[in-house]
Design a protein around this ligand. Sequence first.
Ligand code: HEC
Length: 237
Amino acid sequence: MSTLIKSLAGLGLGAALTLTAGTALAAGSGCGTFTNAEGVEEHLLCSEAPIDFTNKGSLQNGAKTFMNYCAGCHSAQYVRHSRIAKDLEIPPELVEKYLMVTTDQIGDHINAEIDPEVQASWFGAAPPDLSLETRLRGDDWVYTYLLSFYEDPSRPWGANNLVLANAAMPHVLHNMQEKLSQEEFESEVGDLVNFMAWMGEPARHDRQVIGFFVIIFLLVLLIPVYLLNKEFWKDVK
Ligand code: HEC
């Protein structure tokens, strides 16, 4: 019996440790280093992206921003417009009218408007596909990256980035940032990253909810399993 309990406890502890380590890593992970005005190297911590898949308004707003500001250059090759309509609860007519900037077929994936190869010759680097970007870099990295553009006249597009030094991407949200307060801008970018996280794994929220109930179920199951084990071994011992 004690072996069973020990191994179960070990499993639980292991899972808890992995979870805590994962969270700690995500929260405290760096978003690069940069040299400040005094020439001292500083470490940039990532800001936490406000991810909430239950907030449909935020996802819808993020989809709008993505399609209008990003899909010109970046594709999201694993995401179909029809899936956006279904999951984000946007009527297909509205998706066709406002979100399909690069195609007229609702079953199509999100393709970049401009050929990536042509763009590579313009920017010096081809814009990567963004379907899985938040999984590659992490939600917080992408969020911090989008909030970290600053003016730099020495760069070809007049902007540089604290997280990705000498980024080839222009500061495409510059006009939006000018028009909004810092708080409003962060909220817009938050919605955008929320949408990008959804693109990366649409089932993430469901997976987490199901995972939670599976653990509860296993914990409850432990009680009859423990009693049963006791019953089986009582005559042997
Ligand atoms: C004018 C074209 C253009 C637009 C519009 C654009 N990007 Fe980019 N983006 C690029 C290029 C080019 C790169 C490659 C940068 C590099 O490697 O230095 C890039 C890189 C990135 C990266 C970093 C990829 C990585 O992991 O290194 C992210 C994230 C990103 N873009 C997100 C966005 C988002 C979100 C939008 C919409 C708000 C957007 N981009 C709009 C051209 C663009």
